[in-house]
Write a protein that binds this ligand. Structure first.
Ligand SMILES: *[C@@H]1O[C@H](CO)[C@@H](O)[C@H](O)[C@H]1NC(C)=O
Ligand SMILES: *[C@@H]1O[C@H](CO)[C@@H](O)[C@H](O)[C@H]1NC(C)=O
Ligand SMILES: *[C@@H]1O[C@H](CO)[C@@H](O)[C@H](O)[C@H]1NC(C)=O
Length: 396
């Protein structure tokens, strides 16, 4: 290499923000600090973040929005597409902190909402929504508390990856995937106290081809909640607790509701959770259904309801519909589930009188209660078969 060429390369790398990808296409990087963000934890950097997004999204070639180390105070942000390229990376080396006044995020409803995008990677980052102020308002019994904001919402999008994000103390749900296809959530950490209200970890609905892998979720509501219209969902290697477990539902809130189809949940470690594998529906008429679920390889440690289907779902038993659930549940398999139940009834299938659960399969389920009192199971309107070790004795 001649000295000239070396010099030229040095000039290029030090004076431009262009980097070269493996395919040789130049990718542009938009650093929020260069657009006015301040990593001091107190200056409102929302504008700079929005500017970096619109540049990365507006770039004709792969682009990166870059958030360096440091703490950035940012309010509600909508990152909307369609973008001019199908490979935008939001690389977050720093931490995002919500404004201390909870009304700012609550009014926006979403802290960061990606919508109508195709080909976006969110990499790294800590998002601390500082939800405690709103939770206190809610627990004070005041009627004037807002619902609160979702920390990261991915709406009506395709080919989105979230890698290694940490979400702390969300006001409401931590991560929501709605109306999407091909979304991967990998290596995510969710942290909120066990008594924080409605702080579901990852919620998926009306979406197909969503994969959740290698994540650790401890929160005040469901670790993963699976709503109507979730199809071809794969959840694997998740730690859950504290929290309300992994839930399909609540379903059947509306009459015209899409079903849940082809869900695999495997290798889950539940610790001190309210539920393990749960399916829940309201007791009302609905066109909703659940068809084809595999719950596999789980360890339950001190879980209140390790295996439960509840078609008379009604939290805190207020204004319960008291009809029969129209949600049809079929082909649900539990395989290799073992550990300890915190209550005597370790397996509960409370299904709809009108549409009994069909094709429930249990294989190698071994759940214990205490040494003196064995666990038991409860069935209403549930049919299926068992094989291998089944403890407690099946009532199917
Ligand atoms: C997207 O761009 C990044 C660099 O910005 C590159 O490493 C990655 O391979 C690209 N991905 C695709 C699917 O093109
Ligand atoms: C079920 O979903 C998985 C992804 O979770 C997918 O690989 C598989 O092809 C789907 N099966 C059917 C029959 O659609
Ligand atoms: C069920 O689990 C208990 C506790 O781990 C264990 O002692 C027992 O051997 C298991 N039973 C069978 C039949 O595998």
């Amino acid at each position: 290499m001649t000295n000239h060429l070396l010099l030229l390369i040095t000039i290029i790398t030090t004076t431009t923000t262009l980097i070269f990808t493996e395919t040789g296409v130049a990718a542009a990087t938009y650093n929020v600090n260069k657009l006015g963000a301040k990593p001091d934890g107190k200056t409102d950097s929302t504008k700079a973040f929005k500017a970096a997004w619109s540049r990365a999204c507006g770039s004709g070639k792969p682009a990166t929005m870059y958030v360096p180390q440091g703490t950035y105070m940012v309010g509600g942000m909508q990152f909307s597409g369609p973008c001019k390229n199908d490979n935008v990376t939001i690389q977050i080396d720093g931490a995002l902190m919500a404004p201390s006044n909870y009304l700012v995020l609550a009014k926006a409803q979403y802290w960061l909402r990606l919508q109508h995008v195709q080909g976006v990677n969110v990499v790294g980052g800590v998002m601390d929504a500082q939800g405690a102020g709103l939770w206190d308002c809610k627990s004070s019994g005041s009627k004037n508390c807002p619902d609160g904001a979702t920390t990261l919402a991915i709406f009506n999008s395709k080919n989105v990856n979230v890698y290694g994000l940490t979400s702390v103390n969300s006001q409401m749900f931590h991560i929501v995937v709605n109306g999407c296809s091909n979304v991967r959530v990998v290596g995510v950490t969710v942290e909120a106290p066990r008594d924080s209200p409605n702080t579901d970890g990852i919620h998926v609905q009306l979406s197909t081809g969503v994969t959740i892998l290698d994540s650790k979720i401890g929160t005040g509501d469901d670790c993963v909640s699976i709503g109507p219209g979730a199809m071809n969902l794969w959840v694997e290697n998740v730690g859950c607790g504290p929290g309300h477990g992994i839930s399909i539902g609540s379903l059947g809130k509306d009459f015209n509701e899409q079903g849940v189809k082809n869900v695999t949940v495997k290798r889950v470690n539940f610790k001190n959770t309210d539920n393990g594998f749960r399916i829940k529906s309201w007791a009302r008429s609905s066109k909703g259904f659940v068809d084809g679920v595999l719950f596999q390889n789980a360890v339950m440690t001190n879980v209140q309801n390790p295996i439960i289907i509840d078609q008379n779902y009604c939290p805190s038993h207020k204004n319960c519909p008291k009809q029969v659930s129209g949600v049809k549940i079929s082909n649900v398999k539990y395989q290799d589930v073992h550990g300890t139940s915190a209550t005597k009834v370790a397996v509960k299938f409370d299904c709809s009188k009108k549409y009994p659960c069909k094709g429930i399969t249990m294989q190698d389920v071994n759940l214990s209660f205490t040494e003196e009192a064995p666990a038991s199971s409860y069935c209403a309107n549930a049919g299926g078969q068992t094989s291998g070790v089944i403890k407690p004795t099946s009532c199917l």
